[in-house]
Design a binder for this molecule. Structure first.
Ligand SMILES: [Zn+2]
Ligand SMILES: [Zn+2]
Length: 852
């Protein structure tokens, strides 16, 4: 019997190696069919990884979710596109080059090869024929092509701007890459502010559309839509001009005609409170402040101090919590509505790059202004009173818009909303203001002073200025030979063969732009390239994109809610306006999975709590590692990694292996010719309980794939099914359960396992004597008759007299039985208009109603 024992041992290493080889030899297995396919299309995509050289458990979880879905959709008969690629530009390659003296290209390539091996070892069903590697010229030339199209449309431009500078990276960071004042890659490096001429993409031109589009994205998590709404940050309000009083010698509250010469434009969302404005406040960098300080050294040093505080707070990433300081300039501004002169202050919490860099301060009706006025003794004047007066209604600040105006001259008595409209109208007519919508969203700074990125395809000519690289000269290739040093500035600037070029316009000597693009450019449109990865004449063919888009299901981490997921929506709208595509949102449904944590913290090298997928795979097998990552928590929640759990899943798969291999020979004799179990004909009642459990499990998992994705409970349901089969082991062994039922049980168990444990499922499929790939076998259908619980009859008595008999599922709870009794027609006839005083349910036996 040694042979039998041997046969019964589950050996994931052997099974998984065998199938990995078979799948590698059959690249068509995971290939998408062309758009002419008669099957409905399904595009499932997980966010592409950065090729660090090593998958981590967060990856395994992300890709196990997507792969389970892709496999189930294949089995459901869809034409599935499930591609993978590499977000291959970026800083770590340069850091590695410094550290190991390996060129970034080589380092990246060998990492990609290593991670591809891991992916294949894990059995991920990717269509490698459509692989995209963003650091390859055949990909990044299209970044350059898009950049040129945006330049032509005025969507790419250069301006001098204050930038976040990481001294460690020696490059510019986007605001989103500054985390609590430090670099996102260098958690301990403080980000500095610098002035640089930078390239920008005009994402603000699409601000309103990006905001409106969110309403349509009902397949996105609400939290992601909220994050994007906040990031775009739309405010409706009014811009109003105060006028600089050139020689004011009167204190606050004085009414005097100001000069019309110098306007100070302020933005406010509450123009209805303007009669309560008791000062105007300017950002330290406001141009007017420069004029004031030019003739006042004392003021200048105070303003410099405020600016310094602002910088520090900005670098700390926490402007909201800044300690509020200000300085009075000794100047006055005239309120255009009543001619009143109010003092002009400079304050450290007013930003030049938000609104107009100037505000009117209304302490009675704004919390921040109130705090500032209390501190500096500025007048607080109430101009809004609540609609309903009550206890505490005279407290200040009063921030609500539910009020009417007081102390506001001819506007007294108007509601806040009426006053906003009226005052806006007056400003427009008087040409001292207008309705204004402003956004918090800023244009996207894409310049990086780095080597390992897409070269910006522009040329600087002394005669012609900025000259775009002509399309036929694309791609502008990154030079291979380069010395990476820690000197500041772009490494490309130190490669004369790259920098020195010929002006396409005048043919004279010229210099190439040496900035490269932010790597978020690469990931903004990569998923379009998957549909046509080999296209050398266009970024992608229109028909293919139209067939596959929008992505049916996109899966990735919530940390991309505002970076990647806003940039790629912007990019899609630009592509629509370039007439490359019709759709204007790339992603139909979005799923954000939780993190993998261990010992209470996110797995990270610095915390030393990283679990290696290779280690898990070599000890327990890829199926166990994948299945555990789906089983241990609902996919949208954080997963607390427990190695015991992986071992447990491995033991479970061993049980599956034993049962299926043990009874496969019996099952094969019961295989129905039609492929479908003939319930009426085979004495199947002996297996009813097992069949019921099976069909209930099929129904549950099928439904779950449609929406909730509680794969953890799906795996648990399969475990319960296997437990019941084990409980029936004696009857199975004795041949008491008919072969057709055994066949139905085993075959469907294997099919249900296929999305979660693809290696074992493929092996057992073969053990069952099935031909062809399990991926092409139809997903099982639940038979509602078989899934139905047995019914029993329960008599219903009213006041002791038998009135009706109702049918309920065996084991139904008292509530269900009561509801069934009360719903019965005869019972309703006798109780209508009467008072049901009491309902006594004897579960499984009877229902007694006391009626008066
Ligand atoms: Zn850094
Ligand atoms: Zn020129």
């Amino acid at each position: 019997m040694a042979d039998e024992k041997e046969q019964l041992r589950y050996d994931p290493a052997a099974i998984e190696q065998k199938w990995q080889e078979r799948w590698a030899a059959d690249p068509k297995l995971y290939a998408a069919e062309p758009a002419t396919s008669e099957k409905p299309k399904y595009y499932v995509l997980e966010m592409l990884p950065y090729p660090s050289g090593q998958l981590h458990m967060g990856h395994v979880r992300n890709y196990a979710i997507g792969d389970a879905l892709a496999r189930q959709m294949w089995m459901r008969g869809y034409n599935v596109l499930h591609p993978m690629g590499w977000d291959a530009f970026g800083l770590p390659a340069e850091n590695a080059a410094l550290k190991n003296n390996t060129p970034p290209r080589e380092w990246t390539r060998s990492n990609i090869a290593a991670m591809k091996r891991q992916f294949n070892r894990l059995g991920m069903g990717f269509d490698w024929a459509t692989e995209v590697t963003t650091c390859m010229p055949d990909y990044y030339r299209w970044n350059q092509w898009f950049f040129l199209r945006m330049y032509e449309k005025g969507l790419a431009y250069r301006k001098k701007s204050k930038v976040n500078w990481c001294p460690e990276c020696a490059t510019v960071l986007a605001n989103e890459q500054v985390v609590e004042g430090c670099c996102w890659r260098h958690e301990d490096t403080k980000v500095e502010q610098r002035d640089l001429v930078q390239w920008f993409l005009r994402i603000t031109a699409y601000a309103q559309e990006l905001l409106d589009g969110l309403d349509k994205l009902d397949g996105w998590p609400e939290k992601v839509r909220t994050m994007q709404r906040n990031w775009i940050g739309r405010s409706e309000g009014t811009e109003v001009d105060f006028f600089l009083a050139e020689k004011a010698d009167k204190g606050p509250g004085a009414r005097e005609q100001g000069t019309e010469k110098t306007r100070i434009r302020v933005f406010t969302t509450r123009v209805d409170t303007i009669f309560g404005a008791t000062s105007v406040q300017l950002a330290p960098e406001h141009p007017l402040v420069k004029a004031f300080t030019a003739e006042d050294a004392d003021l200048k040093s105070k303003v410099d101090e405020l600016l310094e505080q602002q910088k520090t707070a900005r670098e700390a990433g926490d402007l909201g919590a800044i300690d509020k300081h200000g300085v009075a300039t000794g100047r006055f501004a005239m309120n255009p509505y009543n001619g009143e002169q109010v003092p002009i202050w400079v304050a450290n919490y007013i930003l030049m790059d938000y609104g107009t860099g100037a505000i009117m301060s209304v302490p009675a009706h704004d919390g921040r202004d109130f705090e500032f006025a209390m501190k500096y003794g500025i007048e607080i004047r109430r101009v809004i009173k609540p609609l309903t007066e009550g206890e505490g209604s005279d407290a200040l600040p009063f921030i609500s818009e539910d009020g009417v105006l007081v102390n506001s001259g001819e506007y007294d008595g108007l509601t806040c909303v009426q006053a906003q409209m009226k005052l806006q109208e007056v400003a427009t007519r008087g040409q001292f203001g207008e309705e204004k919508i402003i956004f918090r969203l800023k244009d996207w700074g894409v310049s990086r002073q780095r080597y390992w990125g897409t070269p910006i395809p522009m040329i600087h000519c002394e005669r012609d200025g900025l000259v775009p690289v002509p399309d036929e000269q694309l791609p502008v290739i990154l030079p291979e030979e380069i010395e990476i040093t820690q000197q500041g500035g772009s490494p490309l600037a130190r490669v004369p063969e790259f920098v020195n070029t010929t002006c396409p316009k005048c043919g004279g000597p010229a210099r190439r732009e040496t900035d490269t693009m932010d790597t978020f450019v690469d990931s903004s449109w990569y998923f379009y390239r998957y549909t046509d990865a080999k296209n050398s004449s266009a970024p992608f063919g229109r028909e293919r994109a139209e067939y596959w888009f929008p992505i049916d299901q996109y899966i990735g981490g919530v940390e991309h809610a505002i970076l990647h997921l806003i940039y790629s929506r912007f990019w899609t709208k630009v592509m629509r306006d370039l007439d490359l595509i019709k759709n204007d949102e790339p992603v139909g449904r979005l799923f954000t999975q939780g993190m993998v944590i261990k010992d209470g913290a996110k797995m990270s090298k610095s915390k030393g709590n990283v679990v290696s997928p290779d280690d898990m795979v070599s000890r327990y097998g890829a199926d166990s590692a994948r299945m555990y990552s789906l089983f241990a928590a609902p996919p949208d929640r954080d997963l607390d990694w427990q190695e015991d759990g992986v071992a447990g899943v491995s033991r479970f798969l061993s049980r599956v292996w034993r049962i299926v291999t043990k009874y496969a020979p019996a099952a094969r004799t019961g295989a129905p010719r039609s492929g479908v179990l003939d319930v009426s004909n085979s004495g199947t009642n002996k297996g009813t309980r097992l069949l019921r459990k099976l069909h209930q499990t099929i129904a549950k998992i099928t439904q779950d794939f449609e929406g909730r994705w509680h794969f953890n409970t799906d795996v648990a349901a399969i475990m319960e099914l296997v437990n019941e089969m084990q409980d029936a082991d004696a009857r199975l062994a004795a041949g008491e359960i008919p072969a057709p039922v055994v066949h139905e049980l085993l075959r469907n168990l294997v099919l249900l396992l296929a999305p979660f444990a693809p290696f074992l499922a493929a092996e057992l499929w073969e053990v069952m004597g099935e031909k062809g790939a399990i991926l092409r076998a139809p997903w099982p259908k639940s038979d509602p008759e078989l899934a139905k619980e047995d019914e029993i009859e329960i008599p219903v008595q009213i006041n002791g007299k038998l009135i009706a008999v109702v049918r309920v599922a065996a084991g139904a709870d008292p509530k269900t039985i009561e509801a069934a009794a009360l719903a019965n027609e005869k019972v309703r006839e006798r109780t209508s208009g009467k008072n049901v005083v009491k309902v006594i349910v004897v579960p499984g036996r009877a229902v007694n109603l006391v009626v008066k």
